[in-house]
Design a protein around this ligand. Sequence first.
Ligand code: PLP
Length: 438
Amino acid sequence: MTSSTTPVTTTSAALFDRARAVTPGGVNSPVRAFNAVGGTPRFIRSAKGAWLTDVDGNEYVDLICSWGPMLVGHAHPEVQAAVAAAVARGTSYGTPTEPEVELAEELVRRTSVEKVRFVSSGTEATMSAIRLARGFTGREIVVKFAGCYHGHVDALLASAGSGLATLAVPGTPGVPASSAGLTIVLPYNDKVAVTAAFAEYGDRIACLITEAAPGNMGVVPPAPGFNAFLAQICRENGALFISDEVMTGFRASKQGQWGLDGAVEGWVPDLTTFGKVMGGGFPAAAFGGRADVMGHLSPEGPVYQAGTLSGNPVATTAGLATLRLATDEVYAHISAAGETIKAAVAAELTRAGVSHTIQATGTMFSVFFNDGSPVTNFPEANAQDLPAYTAFFHAMLDRGVYLPPSAYEAWFLSSAHDDAAIQHVLDALPAAADAAAA
Ligand code: PLP
């Protein structure tokens, strides 16, 4: 399908009207609303493999994959069977269950963590990891990087203050200055800034949290050795190094971003947060790490943390079924599919005269509609031609390819993106590149 068919979207539009009457902005998470690109979000009725079907019957190749989780594609028969069996046994008991133990063992096997605690969202994971770090160290300051997103945790919705290595200000109304004021926001990939912050506040810093490889300002890989440097400066200063692998975990590689750097270079984070893929499309997330640090969590230790649906048996069953399917072959397939799509995007944008930069870490990649320069931090990520992306996005959508409705997001693939789905994406690219050039 190379020509635009301008799909009929009247049912989506009607639902969006109804949704806006009862839900702020009509959505339950802001980026879904299409505010950055305009137009009406498509209400999805069903999904199978690499494809989404909306309520008007339009089909799309899905390059969002639920913002990362659907590593093995939608409605995978083995995940569905495991989930159906779990549901048939009952959906929540408020007691320990076997799937929790099995999923925890799988996480420990694959990653650097020695012990793990389940929660229901990535936000809860980072929030709890920070509380644990503060409880463990007896310190209060948190260091983060501009452009790294860790969920909607007060302390992490902070913007840089007026100078380098100063305490931050709230990033949104509703975050108390007292909370943001215990956060330092630094430029990503900047060792000098990190060194300066630790020189000034080292004995007050509880933890440094970073996306293991940022994917929330587009994909901005850590400079070689940057994560190792962070781990070391934290250790030297008695602070904990928290690696946020909610997005990269079991996605960038079988062992997440840590499999691409820490496992190779021989260092481990003190704590790691997980989410997305490990929930198999259900609300499951986790934080874990050093056994001595995790031992400070209640009921073993004094740092309180809990959840009614934490370790839910259906969610952990879905996550376990997904991770068991996530073999080397799955990552090889996603990697090859990504190479094909990246090469075609680069070729078509270049042919159309649209400058851009494509960046990746492992199997995760994104396209910056910029002047062709490498992107190493948030200000550079912000220097994009947003109208060009908007035109590209809508041209792809009209041709049945659902890209993230924001220029700052990674494009996600799954093992279900077969030759037919990839060809569908390739067929849509020439017209979209022309639209971006116009
Ligand atoms: N950390 C990272 C790196 C994320 O990408 C996200 C969500 O996109 C979160 C944390 C928050 O996860 P959740 O949306 O499940 O609360």
